[in-house]
Structure formats: C-alpha cells, structure tokens
Design a binder for this molecule. Structure first.
Ligand code: ASP
Ligand code: MG
Length: 426
C-alpha cells in the first residue's frame, strides 16, 4: 500500500463555476502534507453540451454548431477571467482558445471514422478543458502541481463510448508516468472519463465514468483512499427526489455498495468499486460544501450493512406478462426461446418471474424497445402489459419498510430474498 497517495475525484458540479473551483482549493488546503492525484470531470454540464454539439455536427447544422460552440467557449473563458488576474491569465486563455479552434475545425473533419469513435474524440474536450483550468489555478494558488494526460495512462480497447480497460498496460503506464511525477509534485491533475486505445485514439469509459477513472488510478497507485467530492453529504438510503426523510449511510461495505448500485442506486458509477475492493482501498463519498463532515465510508467491513434499510425506486417501468399461444407449459426450452427473443429486442430486464403458463418481466419504459418486444414476441405469445408502473427495491427490509412503500398502491409482483424485497407497484 502506498500510504502517501490520496485520490480525489471532483465531479462536474464541484467545478461548475469559479466559486466552485475556489472551493476545491479550500478542500485541498485541508490536506497540506499529502500527495494527491485529482481526477476531474468536465465543468458543470459541459459533457451534455458537447453531446449536443456533436449531434449538430452529425446533422451538419453548421450555424447552430458554431453558435453553441461559442456559448461553451464563453462559459469556460468567463470562469478563467474570474479566477485569474489579467497578468497571468494569458497562457491558459490561449490554451483554451486552441482547444476551441480544434472544436471548430472538428466540424469540417472528414467523416471517414465511425460515429462512436468521433464522439469519443469530441466529448473528451470537456475533461481536457477542466483539467487544464483546474491545474493552472491550483498551481497559481498552491504553487505545486502538474498536469497528466489520462490518454497516455488509461489504456483501453477500441470499444468506443464504453471502452474496456487494459489493466496490465494501464497499471504499467500509471506507475511509470504518475509515480515519478508525484515524487516531484504534491498534486497531479488528470482527467476522468477518458483514455486511449493502442493506436492512441481517444476513448471514453461511458457517461459518468470519472468515478471509475478514480478507481482505476487508485488501484494502480495502491492509494491510501479515494474521495469522491459531491453535492450530497454522502450515500443516502434513498434518492431525496423520491423520499423526504433520507438517512446518510455512515459506513457500508463494498459488497453492499455493489448491491445497491446493481439495483439502481446512482451515487457512484457501478464499475468504480471492484478495483478498490480488490486492493482493499476505502472509498469516501463526501460533500464538497461540508468537507470536514464524515460523509460515507465504503470498505471491506460488512458489520454496518444491515443497520439502515435502503430504498431504490425505478419509475417509468413496463410490466409484461406473456403466455404461449399453444398453452404449452413454460419449461426450459420455452424460457430459452423467450430470452433469445428478448435479447434480439435489446430488452434490459429489471425483474422477472414465471408461473406454469406465464412469464412476467419488467423493462424501462422506452417506446422503441417496448414496440420491438411486442413485435418480436406476439407471433408465439399472448402479450399483455402495464405501463407506468414502478419498481421499488428495499434492502434490509422489515414489515414497516414494506408497508410504507406499498401504502395506497397495488402490488403487481413481489419478490423477497433474506436481504432484499422488491415490489412492482401501480
Ligand atoms: N463528464 C463525463 C459525463 O458527464 C464523465 C463524468 O462526469 O463522470 O458523463
Ligand atoms: Mg460530468
């Protein structure tokens, strides 16, 4: 274990404007004698903005593309102008201008490459911009930092938009490039979300993938811990959008956090946990506005997992119930035919159940997919479905929690294991 390295992940919200960037400096000041590797996301909603720009490029709408690109440039240059005094802002402004020249030039690029490949090389500008600005500002304020290019560190395959990490190469690169950098500098700033394949082409790890990047860096550096700085006080036992009296989970295990994210809890990117669990590196989720508060600690210790029930809500679901038209029983041969058809329809199943004559399954309410499912199953099955239902998962349930979530609703389907109760409700 490399006791001296901390990995911090700053998400988009934690660097969304100049005050937020200044706040990040205040957080760093709380750790004066530590070696810190910072993994930063694009500022605010920049990735959404870049995705929109990319659509305009794809539709060849040059006028809108240029005006939207200018908005994004203004957003970044405003932040720079607020952060840096006139005498020192020139260098970073010219870096940012060069990037926006590239963005504008991108429009005229020959479309020989496939769409996903172009997407990755385009949306990655967001993290390049944020990391350059943050690193410069840290350097200016704390006098000690360097920038690292994660495209030279995180090696992936060529599965653009959801690239898979080549661990061996990545660990090697991080050790050869980052370790010596961290000997010289206390703080290194690099990008979340992005990497490169063996040809050096930019890839991304999937939307919201910066948490995962932090996990990768921490694993490779055998860091002391990872902290994800967020706009919530930690991991809560339910999404505050659906639930009034949420409780913060002070401490849970990797195992529990993986279960929660499997069922749909969305605080941490699901792939983040494994690389940390493998090395026993604890993960903290903390509030960037309340950095001295304890937040949530996730580690190997499972002793607190059952303390507080957690609730995960998935709204906008469609519950299908299908019966073979020939009234045959649902034996294994039928089930495997159903699964083949469902994978043909690219259906992602959130819960399923079968009886002698019928098979029920739940999918997200997506018009195109629902239509595809009906089209593919109708020749051999009677297909019935309920739209606008919700799926509620309760971890570590009891009678009170279950009465609470089902109150005033009709239960269409119900499943329980020793730890988890799930209800499809209307
Ligand atoms: N900026 C990327 C996104 O918004 C990655 C991340 O934020 O984790 O998806
Ligand atoms: Mg983001």
């Amino acid at each position: 274990m490399n006791d001296s390295i901390l990995v911090f992940k700053f998400g988009g919200a934690s660097v969304k404007n100049s005050e937020a960037v200044q706040n990040a400096i205040e957080i760093l000041k709380l750790f004066p004698n530590e070696k810190i590797l910072i993994v930063v996301s694009a500022m605010g909603k920049t990735t959404n903005h870049l995705e929109h720009l990319f659509d305009l490029f794809w539709e060849q709408d040059k006028v809108s593309f240029l005006s939207k690109a200018n908005e994004l440039k203004k957003y970044h240059t405003d932040i720079i102008n607020e952060l840096f005094s006139t005498s020192i802002r020139q260098e970073i402004l010219s870096n940012v201008t060069t990037i926006f020249e590239d963005i504008t030039r991108f429009y005229d690029k020959k479309c020989g490459k496939n769409k996903s490949e172009l997407y990755d090389s385009f949306v990655s500008y967001g993290e390049i911009l944020s990391s350059l600005i943050l690193q410069k500002y840290i350097h200016n304020q704390l006098n000690e930092s360097a920038w690292a290019d994660s495209r030279e560190l995180i090696r992936t395959d060529a599965n653009f938009q959801k690239a898979n990490v080549n661990w061996e190469k990545t660990i090697h690169n991080i050790n050869v490039i980052c370790q010596p950098q961290l000997k010289k500098h206390n703080i290194i700033v690099t990008q979340g979300f992005i990497g490169a394949n063996s040809k050096g082409e930019t890839t991304t790890l999937g939307r919201e993938g910066s948490d995962y990047s932090a996990g990768i860096f921490a694993h490779a550096l055998e860091a002391k811990s990872v902290t994800i700085w967020k706009d919530v006080p930690g991991m809560l036992n339910a999404d505050p959008k659906f639930f009034k009296d949420t409780i913060k989970l002070d401490k849970i295990s990797f195992k529990e956090a993986i279960e929660l994210s499997y069922y749909g809890a969305s605080v941490i990117h699901p792939k983040t946990l494994k690389p940390l669990q493998n090395k026993g590196i604890p993960l903290f989720v903390k509030s960037f506005t309340e950095p001295l508060e304890s937040g949530t600690k996730i580690d190997v210790d499972t002793s607190n997992d059952r303390d507080i029930p957690s609730f995960i809500f998935k709204k906008n679901q469609v519950l299908f119930s299908i019966t073979p038209k020939d009234f045959s029983f649902l034996i294994e041969a039928n089930l495997s035919a159903i699964f083949l058809k469902l994978s043909e329809a690219k259906a992602e199943i959130n819960i399923m159940q079968n009886s002698a004559l019928s098979f029920s399954f739940l999918v997200n309410e997506n018009q195109d997919k629902v239509k595809a499912i009906i089209r593919i199953l109708s020749p051999t099955f009677h297909v019935k479905y309920n739209s606008s239902v919700e799926l509620v998962t309760v971890r570590h349930y009891n009678q009170k929690t279950n009465d609470f979530v089902c109150k005033g609703k009709t239960i269409l389907l119900e499943q329980r294991t020793r730890t988890t109760a799930r209800f499809v409700l209307i």
